[in-house]
Design a protein around this ligand. Sequence first.
Ligand SMILES: [Zn+2]
Length: 215
Amino acid sequence: MEIIIGKQGSQRMPIDEPTVSRRHCRVISNGDGTYTIENLSQNGTKVDGVDIIRTTVRPNSRIQLGPRFSATLAELIGPTDMPKSEPKTFNISHLRRVWSDFNQGNIEMAKKQQKTNLVRTGFGIFTMCATPTIFLLGDVGYLFTGIGILGNIYSFVGMKNAESIEDRQLRQDAFDEAWICPNPECSRTLPARNYRLLLHNYQSCPYCKCKYVEK
Ligand SMILES: [Zn+2]
C-alpha cells in the first residue's frame, strides 16, 4: 500500500496549505505496523522535528510538511490504513439450521396453499358444471349446484390460507433476526440469500471481514 501525501495526495486528511507541495511525500506500509516515508518535496519533510529523506515511521510519528504544516501519520492517512489485526473466525454451523428451518417452512406453506387452491378451483369448476344440469336433470341439478355452492363457501370460509400475511411476516422477522453475522461486534444481516452461498461463496463477512467456517 502506497499513499502520496500532499495537496493533491491521496491521504485522508485534506491539506490546503501553500507551503505543502502537491506531492509532498510518499508513505508505504511495511506490513508490520510501521511505514516508510520518503520526502518528494523541495520544501522538505520532517519526522518528529528531524529533516528526512527516507525513514521509518509509526502511526503516532509527527510528520511536518514544509515549514508550517504538521500532523501525525495517523491523522494524515486515517485509521482505515492502519494494519488490521487478523480477522476473527466464527463457526456458522448454527446458521445451517436457521436457513433450513425457514426454507422448510416456505416449502410447507407453499404446498398447503397449493392444496387449498386446488380444492377452491375444484369446487369452482364443479359449481360451473353443475348449474347447467338444472335444465337437464331438474331437482338433481339443483342438488349438484347446492353442493357446489356450499363447497365453494367452505373452501373460502372454512379452509384458511396456509399462512396469514401476519404469520408470514412473523416468520420472516424471526429469520431476519437470526440471519446475522455471528460476530457479536458486527451482527449485521448476512448478504447471502442462503446457507450454501454463505459458506461457499462469501466465506467471510463483507462488513467486519470475519471469516466463516463450518465446524
Ligand atoms: Zn460481520
